[in-house]
Design a protein. Structure first.
Length: 151
C-alpha cells in the first residue's frame, strides 16, 4: 500500500468528479462537480479570488480595492478561475497529486478564459504571461497553505 500523500487512487473517487460547465464568465470551465452544485453562499465561504484570504482581512478597508487588480489580468476578470482553485484546495484530498491537480486546473481555466477573448496578440501575450506568473507563485508557495488546511 502506498503512503496517503502519494495515493493517486484517491482522485479517481466519484467524490472528486470533474465537470465542465459554462461559468459566470461565459466560458466552459473545469471544476469539481461539488463546486457547480454549491450555492453562492457556500462558495462565498470558501472562495475569495486571487491571493490568500488572510491578506484581504489584513488590509485596511481603504486599500482593499487592490483585490480587484489581483482578480483581473490586464482588465480581464479571471475571478472564477481563482474561485475554482480555492474550492479545489479545500475539497481535494490532502495528497501531492490533489494539489497538483488543483494547480493544473487553475492554469487550464486561466488559459481558457484568456483565449476565449478576441483580443490583440500582444494583449493575449501579456495576459498569458501574468497567468503563468500566478500559476508559478501557487506552485512554488502554496504548498504550506494546501497541507495546513483543515480537512
Amino acid at each position: 500500500m502506498s503512503e496517503p500523500a502519494n495515493d493517486m487512487s484517491l482522485l479517481d473517487s466519484t467524490r472528486y468528479r470533474v465537470d465542465w460547465r459554462r461559468g459566470e464568465c461565459g466560458v466552459e470551465l473545469c471544476a469539481l462537480a461539488s463546486y457547480w452544485d454549491a450555492t453562492p453562499t457556500e462558495r462565498a465561504r470558501v472562495c475569495n479570488g486571487a491571493g490568500p484570504a488572510w491578506l484581504l482581512a489584513w488590509l485596511p478597508k481603504p486599500v482593499r480595492f487592490v483585490q480587484w487588480f489581483a482578480n483581473h489580468l490586464w482588465f480581464l476578470d479571471c475571478r472564477e478561475a481563482f474561485d475554482i482553485h480555492d474550492w479545489d484546495y479545500l475539497h481535494l484530498p490532502l495528497t501531492v497529486d490533489g494539489m497538483n491537480a488543483a494547480n493544473q486546473r487553475l492554469a487550464d481555466n486561466l488559459n481558457r478564459i484568456i483565449l476565449s477573448q478576441h483580443a490583440p496578440a500582444w494583449l493575449t501575450w501579456c495576459r498569458r504571461r501574468n497567468a503563468d506568473r500566478y500559476v508559478y507563485l501557487v506552485r512554488e508557495w502554496a504548498y504550506k497553505a494546501y497541507f495546513d488546511r483543515e480537512g
